[in-house]
Design a protein around this ligand. Structure first.
Ligand code: SAH
Ligand code: SF4
Length: 430
């Protein structure tokens, strides 16, 4: 979501005539789009703002703006903590940055927090996309869940769905511009549409089907679905729509039903397992990835073992693993039984090791198969190879002659826990 918002920030600044500087040192306007989901994101920001201060001290004409969820949660206190900041804005008021910059050029005031009249979809702003053939498409903002560890509802507010007409118009425009792969974005894509006016009701399954009908869009992805809202109609749409990729990022968070309960995820281990099985039965070759938290308050060794066993039982193709991080004003932050740092550390290491070994096994099972790859550019480690992603969302480095944005058929020859290696087979799809 932040990557998407950053593309909109760039697009908006370009419209104001501000191009991207190659290095921070050369920028007249420095903009940081921040995250606050875990504490680590904040300590990284502190280092960036330290550098920005040095640059500003050397040239006080430089402007420094801080946007995103950290800015939102700190609001005016941000200026006490970082007096070098000229302007701050939250994720729902990105447009305020453009307005402030325009005013600043005419001698406007520094040290203010941007508050738009109302929350606006970042998607309404122009975008500067990283690659011409891939695009994020925001379908909703905010979240109505109350996961006890999570700060997102505080900083991004209640769920608001974009109208299906606007989403489909954007997808149509993107297809016209040459985009072949879209990723539908929301904090809980499966609850998309529930807040729309009754006469405009449109569910996520219908949205997938409607996007699938857009000529030119060959791959549809989405993130993130909440397991509690993953219904049969969405599974059926995934199975039936040719463009919807065989991959779901399904955040489990924990394998222990007891912990899932205190996390307020509203599903238990059995329900998660049943969902994974239903999805796999309906969608052959489905890749499943997940998010997992280690060291949630009250997590015992036994609970943690259940997270490990979930990884094995589901056989995740990959997982983002996080050490639990207490966040401002969340319910879990004030739970009495916080897990000591060294226990969290030890657990995350075991978890990462297991995730990698399971993922490696899954990837090795692809050796010998032919995968359709959307070429993204050259390999990061070996420029003589190309890099792209399979429909199952695995990165592949391969020998071949395709151009970025093209689809290539690649025979898989080798695999690690995160990447495949192979060679293009001809003929490939157009
Ligand atoms: N809306 C998405 C998640 C967005 S946050 C969903 O529910 O699937 C991305 C991930 O960050 C979460 O899935 C969770 O695993 C992790 N996360 C959120 N809050 C966290 C915290 N306080 N400590 C550690 N990890 C956290
Ligand atoms: Fe956070 Fe839960 Fe909402 Fe995801 S569903 S954004 S984890 S509150």
């Amino acid at each position: 979501m932040n990557a998407h918002d950053s593309e909109r920030i760039k697009g908006m600044l370009e419209e104001l005539g501000l191009g991207e500087a190659p290095e921070l040192e050369q920028a007249d306007v420095m903009v940081f789009n921040t995250c606050t989901i875990r504490e680590k994101a904040e300590s990284r920001l502190a280092a960036h703002l330290g550098l920005a201060k040095t640059l500003k001290d050397a040239d006080p004409e430089r402007l420094l703006a801080v946007g995103g969820c950290f800015a939102e949660v700190r609001r005016e206190r941000l200026f006490e903590q970082y007096p070098q900041v000229d302007f701050a804005f939250g994720p729902g008021s990105i447009a305020a940055l453009g307005e402030w910059l325009a005013a600043e050029r005419n001698g406007g005031a520094s040290g203010s927090f941007g508050t738009g009249a109302e929350r606006r979809f970042a998607a309404e702003l122009p975008a500067r996309r990283e690659r011409p053939f891939q695009a994020w498409v925001q379908i909703s903002m905010g979240c109505n869940s109350v996961c006890s560890y999570c700060i997102v509802p505080t900083v991004r507010g209640k769920q608001m769905s974009r109208s299906p007409g606007e989403i489909l118009a954007e997808v149509g425009r993107l297809a016209g511009d040459g985009v072949r792969e879209i990723t539908l974005l929301g904090q809980n894509v499966n609850s998309y549409g529930r807040d729309l006016p009754v006469d405009e009701r449109f569910g996520f399954a219908e949205l997938l089907r409607a996007c699938d009908r857009v000529e030119g869009i060959e791959r549809i992805r989405f993130t993130s679905p909440h397991p509690k809202d993953f219904r049969d109609d969405v599974i059926a749409a995934m199975a039936e729509c040719d463009s919807v990729c065989e991959h779901a990022h399904l955040p489990a968070q924990s394998g222990s039903s007891r912990i899932l309960k205190t996390m307020r995820r509203t599903y238990d281990r059995e329900r998660f397992l049943a969902l994974a099985a239903d999805m796999r039965a309906a969608i052959p070759d489905l890749a499943l990835t997940t998010d997992l938290i280690a060291g949630f308050p009250g997590e015992t060794d036994e609970d943690f073992e259940q997270t490990l066993s979930l990884v094995e039982e589901v056989g995740f193709d990959g997982a983002y693993t996080f050490v639990y991080s207490p966040r401002y004003s969340t319910e879990a932050a004030s739970l009495p039984s916080q897990v000591p740092e060294e226990v969290k550390r030890e657990r995350i290491e075991r978890l990462i090791e297991l995730v990698q070994s399971v993922a490696e096994k899954k990837n090795r099972s692809r050796i010998g198969s032919i995968e359709q790859v959307l070429v993204e550019g050259s390999s990061r480690t070996d420029p003589s190879l190309l890099r792209g992603r399979t429909r199952r969302n695995t990165t592949v480095n391969f020998a071949g002659a395709a151009r970025a944005g093209e689809l290539a058929n690649v025979r898989v020859e080798d695999a690690t826990s995160t990447t495949l290696r192979g060679a293009q087979v001809v003929p490939s799809p157009a």
